[in-house]
Design a binder for this molecule. Structure first.
Ligand SMILES: Nc1ncnc2c1ncn2[C@@H]1O[C@H](COP(=O)(O)OP(=O)(O)O)[C@@H](O)[C@H]1O
Ligand SMILES: [Mg+2]
Length: 393
């Protein structure tokens, strides 16, 4: 059997579609590389889980490396303050690229990175901002210290990369919705300041997060709304097909059009599902180079794919509070894709206003998403069926 080329839950071997989105990133990179200036405001891709945000950013990171960028990657999380992670990531990217000076200059850089880590890790604290704050201001409570420290760090590292012949610095912030409002505010203020001296800051920041990200950023700082927000949608049928065909082709394996049609219909453009069913079909069929995967193979593989999906449904259900579960159950009984707020409230026997908290939390967790006009829907296909079947257990 040829090795299984599908990657459910991992960065795909080949990114299908997303041409427009990659172009957005490459435009920013071109500005940095060509003019040595800031690559525009924060670029934020937002979508529910499994739509391909991390994959897009990882592929962009590869392209950027080819263009001579040094890139730092931060997977934000509620467990850790984000800003020290940014400093760590920048440091690691410089070290991996051997971009730090050697000898005395190198150890000054390392000491400096340690200092900045502390400064950005103590929000609003009275820390001497060695790099940014002028001495006469250092006695005041230094709310601006983390901003100044981060700003100076990004400026100096980006300039260092550039001086060594690189294109610039690229910072990726994945799962940005998990950052605290304070951290978001510092990040936005830092970028705003860097923009004030745009021509002198050869760097770009690209982020991804759940659909709440734009709203969270705008709440953290009013000018957060000046960031560029791009929503990622499910894949169209043609791109969905190529999620299946392109990796197989590399192994000399093809698909019948009947098999492709069945998977595309089942996955509804959801990249994770395409990878999952592609993978389970492959394992069920065990194709060799020159083989063709058929509808019968798809059917043979589907139970394994469904089991995996059910495990994910179960995990999401289990992570919901009793009130959130009641909300989800009310949505599921409606039995349609898009459900109105009023209908959910009625089925829960509550005032429409009284369901705001579970609604917001479920959106934040990426279990449901708003689709306009007060409507919400489940983000993971089959979740409604799963919840309806819980009653029968
Ligand atoms: N454009 C794409 N082409 C092929 N596979 C993709 C694409 N986008 C996402 N995937 C696959 O879908 C799954 C989820 O992608 P991921 O980037 O982790 O989503 P997100 O970060 O939005 O949760 C991964 O298994 C990945 O391999
Ligand atoms: Mg992701």
């Amino acid at each position: 059997m040829a090795p299984n080329p599908y990657t459910p839950g991992q960065v795909p071997r080949i990114l299908a579609g997303r041409v427009e989105e990659l172009r957005r990133i490459e435009d920013r990179l071109a500005r940095v590389a060509t003019f040595g200036e800031l690559g525009g405001p924060l670029l934020v891709f937002h979508a529910p889980r499994g739509i391909g945000k991390t994959s897009l950013l990882r592929i962009a990171q590869r392209r950027a490396a080819e263009l001579g960028f040094i890139s730092a990657w931060v997977a934000c999380s509620r467990e850790r303050p984000v800003l020290p992670e940014v400093v760590h990531a920048v440091r690691r990217s410089l070290e991996d690229a051997d971009a730090l000076p050697t000898g005395g200059a190198g150890s000054r850089w390392r000491k400096r990175l340690d200092t900045v880590t502390i400064e950005v890790g103590v929000p609003g604290a009275k820390v001497q901002a060695e790099i940014a704050a002028p001495p006469e201001k250092a006695e005041e409570p230094v709310a601006g210290a983390p901003i100044g420290a981060l700003q100076a760090l990004l400026h100096d590292t980006a300039t260092l990369v550039r001086r060594r012949g690189g294109a610039g610095l690229l910072l990726f912030l994945d799962e940005l919705h998990t950052a605290s409002p304070d951290d978001m505010s510092v990040l936005l203020n830092t970028l705003q300041n860097l923009d004030g001296d745009r021509a002198d800051n050869p760097l770009a920041v690209v982020a991804a997060g759940l659909p709440v990200t734009p709203e969270a950023l705008t709440r953290a700082a009013t000018f957060g709304e000046r960031s560029s927000f791009v929503s990622l949608d499910v894949l169209n049928d043609q791109d969905a097909r190529s999620v299946l065909t392109a990796p197989a082709e590399a192994e000399g394996v093809t698909w019948t059009s009947g098999a492709l049609d069945a998977i595309v219909a089942e996955a509804r453009g959801y990249p994770y599902l395409l990878q999952l069913i592609g993978s389970s079909t492959w394992d069920a069929a065990g194709p060799d180079r020159g083989d063709k995967l058929t509808l019968a193979d798809v059917r043979k593989g589907l139970p394994a794919a469904r089991d995996q999906l059910t495990a994910m449904h179960r995990a999401r259900w289990g992570a919901a509070t009793p009130l959130e579960q009641a909300f989800l159950a009310a949505m599921a009984t409606a039995g349609r894709d898009n459900v109105t707020r009023a209908e959910i409230a009625e089925r829960m026997g509550r005032e429409s206003r009284a369901i705001s908290v579970p609604r917001e939390r479920l959106i934040e967790k990426g279990v449901i998403e708003p689709v306009g006009h007060g409507l919400v829907r489940f983000t993971l296909p089959g979740f409604g069926d799963f919840v309806r079947r819980l009653d029968e257990e």
